[in-house]
Unconditional design. Structure first.
Length: 132
């Protein structure tokens, strides 16, 4: 295994860990917003900020996507002023940008394209989505 391959795997693992942790923290934040507990919402928001500062993005943002980061920052501004309703609205805007996958929905079959007609083997194409 080459050094670049090992680094690539390591980076993918780091991203998986980060996205998993951020997803968990967003769920906690969502529950706190639903309960209306401003103090817990502020704590959960701060936890996501800290996670972002230790995360994989050079800017220290919690989200790589600038629109998501702006929604997250809008939530922070609302929380600083104690406006729970505006924080809930910003959270809804943020989470609306994530693709929801219904685990019961049928998933598309892998795409087969090209290949070597003389060998009878087809080249497969895989699409990998990394959510930032």
């Amino acid at each position: 295994m080459s050094t670049s391959a090992a680094s690539s795997v390591s980076m993918h693992q780091k991203l998986d860990v980060y996205f998993g942790a951020r997803h968990h923290e967003l769920r906690k934040l969502e529950q706190a917003l639903e309960s209306g507990d401003l103090a817990t919402v502020q704590e959960d928001f701060a936890d996501i900020q800290k996670l972002g500062q230790r995360g994989p993005f050079p800017s220290g943002n919690a989200f790589r996507n600038s629109n998501r980061q702006q929604d997250f920052e809008a939530m922070g501004s609302a929380l600083q002023s104690g406006d729970l309703a505006a924080a809930q609205q910003a959270f809804q805007q943020l989470t609306s940008t994530f693709k929801r996958i219904d685990p019961s929905a049928p998933q598309p079959a892998p795409t087969v394209s090209g290949g070597d007609p003389t060998s009878g083997r087809a080249a497969t194409t895989r699409t990998v989505n990394i959510t930032a």
